[in-house]
Design a protein around this ligand. Structure first.
Ligand SMILES: Cc1ncc(COP(=O)(O)O)c(C=O)c1O
Length: 389
């Protein structure tokens, strides 16, 4: 693998990011298989890919991939202009200029909302433009245990009563249409089952909390969806989950689609789930520029740290050649990243790394090199390369 990537990328200046298309395609197939037989479709979390050509590749692989969960208004506008359909903005937009831009570009884009102010802003601009704004209610899926808040802080909508009050108010606003419901169970989808960053006991506690949360999540989602249907709302979709929760989310009858993004690149944090393992399809190459002592190779660049709570699990991991490790005192540096390696490398040799997360890698590069077999077949622009920040 090391020699294959090294030869394929020999000509190209480093640092660079690459995607192994054979592994990417394998992941696209394997993710579709995880959902097979469930009558659910997969909405693609575009932020976890951030390369329009690769998003297109996912949709052309199977009909099971339907629709985009986008992350910003600018991105949604950009994707709509590129011809992507069925875009749901995964997070609220509060800037009236951006709401207007979205509605003017493609009024079928669905806005994520969780309070009356979100909805009113969309209603007002949609009515000025003479269109109907589609909205999706974001339901909080966090679970509370004595002394533990297991989940993320996003939406204030937790109970059927809260949703009932808000959905009542929607019925009075003519320029908005309640299209769907989303509940992202981050504590299941985004929390690995076993992580080397946690000790044995903590890993066991996390798995227990995940197991205990799953039925609570299913119950809350069911109650809310049934309540909305009884109220007369015809929902086009009920969305849930992420790469890490496909198996449990698809078990819920009320769910019509599951979101997946990170699984296509399968970054390092997704190595630690018990139900699936995808292929490491994306990575980056640095070049050895100095050899300070035997078995120590210092590369140029590399400090692409993932977002979220701070921890060693957020740093990139040397991937190839096998056996390279970072120095805990230095980690991956802004301009210099030393690795320890028992074998022999020369100046100019590449070291390949995996990012901890998926799409974030693309924020550091304008393009990704596409490898097929043992050759580079081209490049594809990232969002950054398209000037989209
Ligand atoms: C709202 C929402 N849904 C789904 C996902 C899952 O995406 P992924 O498959 O990339 O983990 C995320 C990820 O952050 C999210 O924020």
């Amino acid at each position: 693998m090391y020699e294959r990537y090294k030869n394929a990328l020999k000509e190209f200046p480093k640092p660079l990011a690459y995607v192994d298309l054979d592994l990417f395609d394998q992941n696209v197939k394997d993710i579709a298989k995880r959902v097979d037989g469930s009558n659910k479709t997969i909405r693609v979390a575009s932020k976890s890919v951030r390369v329009p050509d690769l998003l297109k590749r996912v949709f052309s692989a199977s009909d099971i991939y339907r629709g985009i969960l986008s992350f910003s208004a600018k991105e949604a506008v950009f994707l709509a202009k590129q011809g992507f359909k069925d875009i749901v903005l995964g997070y609220p937009v509060v800037d009236p200029k951006l709401i207007r831009e979205v509605l003017e570009t493609d009024p079928t884009i669905t806005f994520m909302v969780d309070c009356f102010e979100h909805i009113l802003a969309i209603h007002q601009i949609a009515s000025e433009l003479g269109v109907q704004g589609n909205i999706c209610l974001d339901i909080d899926m966090s679970t509370k245990f004595p002394g533990i808040y297991f989940g993320v802080y996003r939406s204030p909508l937790r109970t059927p009563q809260q949703v009932h009050e808000l959905s009542n108010s929607i019925s009075e606003l003519e320029s908005v249409n309640l299209k769907g419901v989303m509940g992202y169970e981050a504590q299941i989808a985004g929390v690995p089952d076993f992580s080397p960053a946690r000790n044995f006991l903590l890993n066991a506690v996390v798995r227990l909390l995940k197991r205990r949360s799953i039925p609570k999540i299913a119950e809350r989602r069911k109650m809310i969806v049934e309540m909305l249907e009884n109220q007369g709302h015809l929902l086009s979709f009920v969305n849930g989950g992420g790469t890490g929760s496909v198996e449990t989310t698809i078990k819920e009858d009320v769910v019509t689609e599951v979101t997946v993004g990170s699984g296509f690149f399968s970054p390092r944090l997704f190595d630690y789930y018990s139900q699936f393992r995808h292929e490491p399809a994306a990575g980056f190459a640095l070049e050895v520029v100095r050899i300070p002592e035997q078995n120590v190779y210092t590369c140029f660049g590399g400090g692409y740290i993932a977002s979220g709570s701070i921890g060693v699990d957020k740093q990139p991991e040397p991937y190839l050649p096998k056996g390279c490790t970072l120095f805990p005192n230095e980690g991956a540096g802004e301009v210099q990243t030393p690795v320890h390696y028992k074998g022999t490398l020369s100046l100019d040799d590449p070291v390949f790394f995996r990012h901890a997360k998926a799409g974030e890698l693309c924020e550091h590069f304008n393009e990704v090199y596409l490898i097929k077999g043992s050759a580079v077949t081209g490049t594809a622009k990232t969002y950054r390369g398209h000037g989209l920040y």
